[in-house]
Design a binder for this molecule. Structure first.
Ligand code: ADE
Ligand code: ZN
Ligand code: ZN
Length: 263
């Protein structure tokens, strides 16, 4: 996601934290964040140059098939195992577990919280579990209404941006409120199942990535080819998927932090 997508995920998550988790998150956040997790949710994108090893941790690609397999897919260009977004989610879950035993290394825990919150967002962006041959839609040039754009960017940014402009008077907080309302009404039953798979080892990260490539095939790539013009029909049918994935990411991030930061 772009800045707005990550802001939405982290704002939803922070609003769902219990008292203990909210306190630990507040302690771990840099002072400059003023206890706003959303404001630092894109930090991981800013440090791709400082931490080149982190680049491959934002996505996972399949060999152009609509299913995901950890052993087959979760590696970087040098074939190092676990170096993908699902491996990162698994890894940082474990690092956050050391919160009690390891208060003194709180620098690392701050970074772990920021990386983790970011990667939980990215793993829910359908094209962050995409096809290797087109780099998750990055090499597919299309038009977003009248503008040239690549398909990946449309899912990272344009669908969310256009929704804000069209439905929420360009106010991101109104969009967040609308998603939160959906979480407590339309999706209330599903939310319990989203929360259930939050805190086991690899299996949950693998589930999120499997959901992602399936949504990529069913919605992001579907009906799109080089040069396609994507406008209202695509926007209006895909926006519910974007809203759903942002909600799932926020709910699951909160559930995990609530589970691990109990006291
Ligand atoms: N670079 C290569 N594959 C990518 C993907 N699926 N998402 C984002 N960046 C990528
Ligand atoms: Zn992206
Ligand atoms: Zn990212």
């Amino acid at each position: 996601w772009g800045i707005d997508g990550h802001y939405i995920v982290c704002t939803i998550a922070q609003s769902r934290l219990n008292k203990a988790a909210a306190k630990i998150v507040e302690e771990l956040l840099p002072k400059s964040a003023e206890n706003d997790l959303g404001s630092v949710c894109s930090w991981a994108d800013e440090v791709k140059f400082r931490y080149p090893w982190s680049r491959s941790l934002h996505y996972v690609n399949t060999p152009d098939v609509c299913n995901y397999n950890f052993n087959r897919d979760c590696k970087d260009e040098s074939e190092e195992e676990g170096r993908c977004v699902a491996g990162a989610v698994k890894n940082y879950t474990q690092q956050l577990l050391t919160i009690d035993s390891n208060r003194q290394s709180s620098d690392n825990l701050t970074e772990a919280l920021l990386f983790y919150s970011h990667f939980m967002g990215d793993i829910h962006q359908p094209l962050h579990a995409g096809f290797a041959s087109d780099k998750g839609g990055n090499t597919i040039e299309v038009h977003w209404y009248t503008r040239k754009q690549n398909l990946h960017h449309i899912w990272d940014n344009n669908i969310i941006e256009t929704a804000q402009e069209r439905f929420y008077d360009s106010n991101i907080n109104d969009m967040i409120d609308a998603i939160q309302t959906n979480i407590t009404t339309e999706w209330a039953d599903q939310v319990k199942t989203w929360e259930r798979c939050s805190y086991t080892d690899t299996t949950c990260a693998n589930l999120y990535a499997s959901e992602g490539i399936k949504a990529a095939c069913d919605w992001a790539y579907k009906g799109v080819s080089e040069g396609s013009v994507l406008e209202d029909e695509y926007f209006l049918s895909r926006l519910p998927i974007v809203n759903l994935r942002l909600a799932q990411a926020g709910v699951r991030l909160a559930a995990i932090l609530n589970h691990y930061f109990k006291s």
